[in-house]
Design a protein around this ligand. Sequence first.
Ligand SMILES: Nc1ncnc2c1ncn2[C@@H]1O[C@H](COP(=O)(O)OP(=O)(O)O)[C@@H](O)[C@H]1O
Ligand SMILES: [Mg+2]
Length: 406
Amino acid sequence: MNVAFVAPYLPPTTLRFVRAAMAQRGVQLGLVTHEPLERVPADVREALAGHWQVGNALDWRQLEIGARGLAAQMGELDRLLGILEHMQVSLARVREALGIPGLDPESALNFRDKARMKTILREAGLPCARHGLVADLPAAREFAAATGFPLVVKPPAGAGAEATYRVDDEAALGEALGFLRPTADSPVLLEEFILGEEHSFDSVFVKGKPVWHSLTRYLPTPLEVLSNAWIQWCVLLPREVDDPAYDDIRDAAFRAVTTLGLETGLTHMEWFRRPDGSLAISEVAARPPGAQITTLISAAHDLDFYDCWSRLMIEEAFDAPYRRYAAGTAFLRGQGRGRVAAVRGLEEAQRAVGDLVVEVKLPQRGQSAASGYEGEGYVIVRHPETSRVEEALRTFVSTVRVELAE
Ligand SMILES: Nc1ncnc2c1ncn2[C@@H]1O[C@H](COP(=O)(O)OP(=O)(O)O)[C@@H](O)[C@H]1O
Ligand SMILES: [Mg+2]
């Protein structure tokens, strides 16, 4: 099999996917990337069957040239893969242009464009927030009058909660629109604000059939983390995935993925449980989850889920693993501004719950402050009991302090 992997840059998480794809039996891997060959880590570089450097991997025409370039180096391509949210539609277009099997452009757009996604889901009778695309302030006011505050204002195809705001009144709405400057060609998305607990639902489909799922709880929601500088985010993956408490989301999530048009792949959905028990689907992505969730899934099953994803995407095969543990990530997010000056409380946390730790990325002194909700580092823990994992996460975020200084 000739597999092309598109990765603009090669940070550690991306490299886990690249190495896993490369290690599949009978696979020759080519890389389309912004990086010159000499910047690709040696073990990957030496095993590559092709390399094509592009200036902008988000531009599908450049990607097409890259994919054709790889095909000239290594032979006709059988798969075209990439994990980044922003690239999914471009990848689909190039697949179509070159006749490579995989997610098609229309379906990819269903997953990428949040307004289009919500329209399709609601038409299928699936619950989600009321939404509207607006090109100017009068249209936004009209939506607000019909829907009521609070609302969320965001780009229709963002990622990582960038440029996403909760607005509670007319004044805040005006401010957000002044900042985002929508136009008819580039409208902003308004949504009814959903109050409640936020979760993910991560699922595997093979040839149109759901074969596996997992979920996580976000503690608290990414938007709350971003609006409160002192909060350190946690993601909890409970062991009890078959709990009847999740029957409704399991059913809705599988129907949502089918409705949006995915045949084979791993998807990452986000959803809310309202205080009254009802649910709302927030968004679905046709790619592996970020926020270390792929590593959490690996830890919970004692296997390499990067490898499972690669096999799924390349061979259309997946063996549902047995879940041995609950797992969780405590993200270590600096307080203050500037660069990491100190990390305090690690030893104390380690003494209390160190035996649950399976992976650590410590913020490094001098590292510049991260802008997102994931912070500068993380600790991953696991234990057969979900409550023990929850306690350990609480211990880490209440004991460890990352100090930033200018
Ligand atoms: N309608 C909504 N109601 C409440 N919170 C929301 C809503 N839409 C988004 N959010 C919050 O903003 C975050 C980012 O929005 P999301 O739609 O997931 O975009 P992204 O692609 O940036 O992840 C979510 O994780 C959630 O915390
Ligand atoms: Mg999201």
